[in-house]
Design a protein around this ligand. Structure first.
Ligand SMILES: Cc1cc2nc3c(=O)[nH]c(=O)nc-3n(C[C@H](O)[C@H](O)[C@H](O)COP(=O)(O)OP(=O)(O)OC[C@H]3O[C@@H](n4cnc5c(N)ncnc54)[C@H](O)[C@@H]3O)c2cc1C
Length: 405
């Protein structure tokens, strides 16, 4: 066992810390006030290597692996969780699906630009009637019409769909085949007709990074933009969600750390009865609970990253890490807000809105209940979580692997 972080990953953390502190934090609130997507800033983050840690250099990544990716996301989230709202689209599930299941031409055409933040991604799986049961209840349908598919239906919760250049969209090509009837498409909404994104009004969430309902009216996708074979869509997404869960767990960890740091600072500054509130035992109780849970989450997140870097079975540990870190983020956001008293509701303090992000991350990328089902069914011997263990290390992934699973 070695609990020391490699120096090259600590150097990456320092680089991300500087990037966030110098380039993102000073301007993010202005983008929020204008409700403007920070496209140029995303491109600068891409150029700095913030999205490509797990991808090989041949597609524009840095090949540093999942531990580096977890540390990057943790640090980004610690400083400005809103800016991590497109991490999945630029460096997570969206390019991972293309990289793992795409043809060499698709990979070359789309992945480098996503990692560089030059094109904006999307990952559209959910619908109003299908969230946790994503494939089973899906209604959106893609009909083959010569050299194109025409997609009809409505997707829900598609983050950044109002800005996307290139994204992944899942639709049924066979209504009666359950999960095996779902197909993945690389979509280009600005290039082809039939795609309309409408931002959803979400209480307390970013106005710069919007989540959308998407109306698809015979939306055109060329056949060459199908990802994998018809019916492979769900397999492709599930495979990409495994590292996706680690991303969300790392985001939760950074958010929990931010809440903790805000709480400690305020507890030392705020005086009641001529002493800092940090001197009160009940405030200390909260600080101790937060510090303990954060250290435990950090151990789990880094262990899941280590497993993925070494192609060890990682589904179970990724679910445990995601569940624990999202619970920790919720608990820390709640306690931080309480420590701020009435000021915890004032928008000028970020503890007033960080709690909404903790709630969102608790549900996103497989809700807490879904993680608990995975963990418990594995423990009870009903369904081993790592029964479909596939390679996670992207250096070794053969794009045809996906078809064999
Ligand atoms: C801000 C935001 C951004 C998002 N971005 C995206 C995106 O970019 N792309 C995308 O595809 N999706 C996105 N989502 C959707 C997100 O992944 C879903 O909200 C999530 O999967 C849960 O689905 P649901 O909301 O339909 O809840 P449901 O599936 O309806 O679940 C409702 C409740 O029932 C529980 N539940 C469900 N099944 C079980 C079970 N078997 N046993 C016990 N309890 C159960 C859940 O845990 C939850 O508490 C986003 C959501 C939000 C809020």
């Amino acid at each position: 066992m070695n609990f020391t972080m490699p120096p090259e990953i600590e150097a990456v953390r320092d680089m991300v810390a500087r990037f966030m502190a110098n380039e993102v934090v000073p301007v993010m609130e202005d983008f929020e006030k204008r409700g403007e997507f920070p496209r140029e800033l995303v491109a600068r983050a891409g150029a700095a290597g913030l999205y490509g840690a797990v991808f090989p250099e041949s597609v524009g990544g840095s090949d540093m692996g999942y531990m580096a990716a977890a540390v990057i996301i943790e640090e980004m989230s610690r400083q400005e969780v809103r800016f991590t709202s497109c991490n999945n689209q630029q460096g997570g599930t969206c390019p991972t699906c293309i990289y793992m299941a795409g043809t060499p031409e698709q990979v070359e055409k789309y992945v480098p630009n996503l990692l560089a933040g030059k094109t904006i991604g999307m990952m559209s799986l959910s619908e109003s009637g299908s969230g946790s049961d994503a494939a089973g209840a899906m209604k959106t349908f893609a009909r083959r019409d010569g050299d194109v598919y025409r997609i009809k239906g409505e997707k829900m919760w598609a983050s950044i769909a109002n800005e996307t250049d290139v994204g992944i969209l899942i639709a049924k090509t066979d209504r009666d085949a359950g999960a095996k009837g779902a197909t993945a498409f690389i979509v280009e909404p600005k290039k082809y007709p039939g795609f309309t994104a409408k931002p959803v009004d979400l209480l307390g969430m970013s106005k710069a990074f919007r989540t959308n309902i998407v109306f698809l009216d015979d939306f055109v996708v060329p056949v060459e933009n199908r990802l994998g074979a018809e019916g492979d869509g769900f397999k492709i997404v599930m495979r990409a969600l495994q590292p996706g869960r680690l991303n969300v767990a790392a985001k939760c960890l950074g958010l929990a750390q931010a809440c903790f740091e805000e709480a400690v600072r305020y507890a030392n500054e705020r005086t009641v009865r001529q002493q800092p509130i940090g001197r009160f035992q009940m405030i200390q109780d909260s600080i101790a609970e937060m510090a303990t849970a954060i250290e435990a989450s950090r151990g789990l997140v880094y262990r899941a990253a280590f497993s993925m870097d070494n192609d060890m079975p990682s589904n179970r540990i990724a679910s445990i890490a995601k569940y624990h870190a999202s619970q920790t983020a919720k608990m820390c956001a709640d306690k931080a807000q309480q420590i701020f008293g009435g000021y915890g509701l004032a928008r000028e303090y970020r503890v007033s809105w960080m709690r909404v992000y903790a709630d969102m991350l608790y549900n996103g990328e497989g809700s807490a209940n879904i993680q608990k089902i995975i963990i418990a069914e594995d423990a009870l011997g009903y369904k081993p979580a790592d029964r479909h263990h596939g390679k996670t290390n992207l250096r070794d992934v053969r794009q045809t692997d996906i078809a064999k699973q």
